[in-house]
Design a protein around this ligand. Structure first.
Ligand SMILES: [Zn+2]
Length: 274
């Protein structure tokens, strides 16, 4: 059953929610986060990512290290929509300092560059960072915890579910933000969609996804680490393109977004000052 205590609240009380490839996910009875019942060791995690993880992931998505023009435009349109949903005043971002953590090949830096932001990206994958550098983007191989400086905005696109200690990451985030600075964080979100799909939910990915937050557990962690939520959006119905007819997918995705029950959340939170 549960071997390891929850890294967010230290409790071992938990209930089984999914079994994927022989790995169990449990929901913590105290903080509500879903997590791997037994966390993988650092060596297992390193082996997983060393095995061409990024290249495979990008190939599976139908593109490679250097995004195609078509994909880039889709990506930029998605990010514009998310910024609108979060009520970000993009005109106010001009000249502001951004740090994108887990920047991969730096696609988001190109987006914020267009908005006139002073953008930096960090990632632990040398392969991806090199692809970003070749595209002329300001990316570097750097561990978040070694990072210094002061930024107006930190972003985490699909990163927090991979890290071994999300609380430590948010605490570090706070120290890198100027007073009134903000964080934008996108991550899978448990709830009615994950419950209905169970073992088949797309985001139960052992070794990669260590923690899967509910909206409540994520907001609680943000509050405990010195942030107040400004806005959020949830979207996604666990129906990848091509898995069901387009008209059904559009309907399900629209219902999930309008009702605020989508299985991905993007939250915008502001550093609170003591
Ligand atoms: Zn917990």
């Amino acid at each position: 059953m549960v071997n390891d205590a929850c890294r967010l609240c230290n409790s071992k009380e938990a209930r089984l929610v999914a079994v994927v490839d022989g790995s169990q996910y449990v929901r913590c009875a105290i903080c509500g986060v879903e997590r791997m019942a037994s966390y993988p060791s650092d060596a297992e995690i390193a082996e997983f990512y060393d095995n061409g993880y990024m290249t495979k992931k990008f190939n599976n998505l139908g593109h490679h290290l250097h995004f195609t023009k078509e994909y880039r435009e889709t990506y930029f349109a998605e990010k514009s929509l998310t910024f609108d949903d979060l009520r970000v005043d993009t005109a106010s971002l001009k000249g502001r300092k951004l740090l994108d953590v887990g920047c991969a090949n730096g696609q988001f830096l190109e987006f914020t560059g267009r908005l006139g932001m002073d953008s930096t990206g960090i990632d632990i994958s040398e392969e991806m960072v090199n692809a970003g550098k070749e595209a002329g983007l300001n990316c570097q191989v750097q561990d978040l915890f070694e990072m210094k400086g002061s930024f107006d905005l930190l972003t985490y696109w699909d990163v927090i579910e991979h890290v071994s200690d999300p609380r430590k990451v948010l605490e570090k985030t706070r120290t890198l933000l100027s007073p009134g600075g903000e964080v934008i964080l996108q991550t899978p979100c448990t709830g009615i969609v994950s419950e209905l799909f169970g073992d088949k939910w797309l985001y139960y990915l052992p070794v990669q996804h260590l923690h899967l937050f509910s909206q409540d557990s994520l907001f609680k962690l943000l509050s405990e680490t010195g942030f107040s939520v400004v806005s959020w959006v949830r979207f996604g119905s666990c129906n990848p393109k091509g898995s069901i007819p387009d008209v059904n997918k559009r309907a399900m995705d629209t219902i999930a977004k309008r009702m605020g029950i989508g299985d991905t959340i993007v939250v915008r939170a502001r550093r609170t000052d003591n």
